[in-house]
Design a protein. Sequence first.
Length: 401
Amino acid sequence: MSSQFNLQGVCILGSTGTIGVNTLDVIKRHADRYKVIALTANKADEKLFQQCVEFNPLYAVLVNADAAQRLELKLEQAGINTEVLYGVKSLEKVAGLDEVDQVMAAIVGAAGLLPTLAAARAGKRILLANKEALVMSGDIFMKEVEKHNAELLPIDSEHNAIFQCMPVHFDSGLQQVGVNKILLTASGGPFRTRDIDSLHNVTPAEAVAHPNWVMGQKISVDSATMMNKGLEVIEACWLFKTEPSMIQVVLHSQSIIHSMVSYTDGSVLAQMGNPDMRTPIAHAMAWPQRMPSGVEPLDIFEVAKLEFEKPDFIRFPCLAMAYEALNEGGTATATLNAANEIAVDAFLNKQLSFTNISRVIEKTLEQSKNVEAENLQIILDADADARQVSTDWVKKLEFNR
Ligand code: NAD
Ligand code: MG
């Protein structure tokens, strides 16, 4: 039977991660619509091998050269003719291939920026999970998307929800289309109600145990500090071309509403669903159509009641710092992002206490010069400098613990 759809070629940047695996799960349900062209990972060669066996992509990329060599050997032994590439530049190459229509940007952290930019420059449909790319270089990134006629669709569940609640032509300005507020929901993570004086000795295992979502380690810690919500406020400003004052963070611990848009006529539109990333992934891949994602329908009677609270900026200083960096503009958000990555990594490696994550970021922001983010090199330099400064602060704070 011939398909009613034009087969879309997909490249997944970060296919071995949580978002990558969920994307492949959606693709598996729609073999008549999507073909996997390229899969990429940092160094997880065994997992990437399994994915190559199942999806038979044209290319597989590993950043780590040794891991790539191992993958090549395994594929050869298994008689699979996927071409193996390695290195950072290869990520950019596969994101821009002619056979690729959609690029799932699901690498974690700043490492996702250049390959996601390559997808923009090649005019692809970008399914954006890698929020750090926009946090670092929102202005430049959005300009590249526009210049090369790329399509940018949000995967982050909140931004995907906002997108679904927005009128089509929100690009003309939110006031223009009658929006008066974006209500960005947040679960509050695992420490929303924990005794604030006990936060300094929480363990990495406690911090990554998110009550509603299964996610990679870095974003799980970001959810526990609420830096994730801070990064998402910045992401929302760029995606929806608006000001921080237009965005209200709403604590909604149940994660049933994924965000809302409030209009001048008093209407508030919400997008709801079970907390499962396959919904935004399927939405963005099929947009403007709809297709099954494998997610169970929401049982509204089981939910019964929806709860909302205001965010607590004392408990969650990272959220306040993200707003400050956003208001400062320039390279401040790239600095914030880099310091956060270093601090979270140190926390996961048990070199830093949970409450010192925000201190490392605060000290790094204080010590870094904020300059106009005129070009990519300035942003990459700010990122590198902030990594140096924050690594020093990790050592200092660790020593005094
Ligand atoms: P993850 O840690 O599970 O996976 C990360 C992926 O990126 C892996 O495939 C890994 O191999 C690859 N990777 C890691 N470091 C790399 C490097 N230096 N170079 C190249 N590739 C590298 O992370 P995740 O939870 O899937 O999150 C991915 C992105 O999506 C993050 O930006 C996160 O904020 C965003 N996001 C995730 C969720 C979620 O539910 N997991 C929700 C919203 C947004
Ligand atoms: Mg989110």
